[in-house]
Write a protein that binds this ligand. Structure first.
Ligand code: F6R
Length: 242
């Protein structure tokens, strides 16, 4: 794993966006894996600005989001569908049929998971996957204990994750209990992975990631087996490592 330490969140967002823009510009058929949450917000802001200023085109880009809550309509501001359109897709020239987000409203959730995994395989896999990391080490919504062999599946969210994410909802009872997520094996199939972490809240888990062995109790630890992972972290997130 290559680690790039940057001064602060702004530098992180800029650096990550530059890497994404480079891959988009260099490829005629890039498949991007995307994340939601607080961490990539600044990255998406830079991509929007770059689209206005430099006209980087996403006409031939395909995207697959990591996860989606079960039971939230697309129009619900807390759905990841809503988040992605608001923060990125509404502002760039990507054709909507090239955007993939798990459907958390599907009647048959198992079939939806299978369909999603097949779609990823059909396009030849993800070229560049953006990841955040949960305070408990989750990637996507793969909570501690998830099998490293897992593919896209339905998960029951850990209480710590529901509490962490309740900041976006009116109260904890509104936070869905389940989600669809790409599995650990789905993520590991990506050709390149970019994991982003900022702030003191992520310092302990980054330290654990660097110092502990590969174990299903720390989902992100599997990334050490991937040949092409870059971590971009700010000084605060790196503060225990040093
Ligand atoms: C989001 C996702 C999650 C987040 C993680 C960190 O699509 O898959 O794993 O990346 O929970 O969230 P933030 O960035 O809000 O700290």
């Amino acid at each position: 794993m290559k680690i790039i330490e940057v001064e602060d969140y702004n530098a992180l967002a800029k650096k990550a966006s530059e890497m994404v823009i480079k891959r988009v510009s260099q490829s005629s058929s890039l498949t991007l894996g995307l994340a939601t949450g607080s961490t990539p917000l600044g990255v998406y802001e830079h991509l929007r600005e770059d689209f206005i200023n430099n006209k980087t085109s996403y006409k031939s880009v395909k995207t697959f989001n990591l996860d989606e809550y079960v039971g939230l309509e697309k129009s619900n501001p807390n759905s990841y569908y809503y988040y992605m359109y608001k923060n990125l897709f509404d502002h760039i020239d990507i054709p909507s049929n090239q955007i993939h987000i798990p459907n958390g409203m599907a009647k048959d959730l198992e079939a939806e998971c299978q369909r999603y995994e097949e779609q990823i395989d059909q396009v030849g896999g993800i070229d560049l996957q953006l990841l955040g990391i949960g305070v408990n080490g989750h990637i996507g919504f793969n909570e501690p204990g998830t099998s490293f062999d897992s593919i896209t599946h339905v998960v029951k969210l850990a209480e710590s994750t529901r509490i962490a994410n309740s900041r976006f909802f009116h109260d904890l009872s509104e936070v869905p209990t389940h989600a669809i997520t790409m599995g650990i094996a789905s993520i590991m199939k990506s050709k390149e992975i970019l994991l982003l972490a900022y702030g003191l809240k992520k310092a302990q888990i980054l330290y654990d990631l660097m110092t502990k062995t590969i174990d299903e109790r720390l989902p992100a630890s599997i990334l050490k087996r991937h040949p092409r992972v870059t971590i971009i972290a700010d000084k605060k997130a790196m503060s225990i490592i040093k």
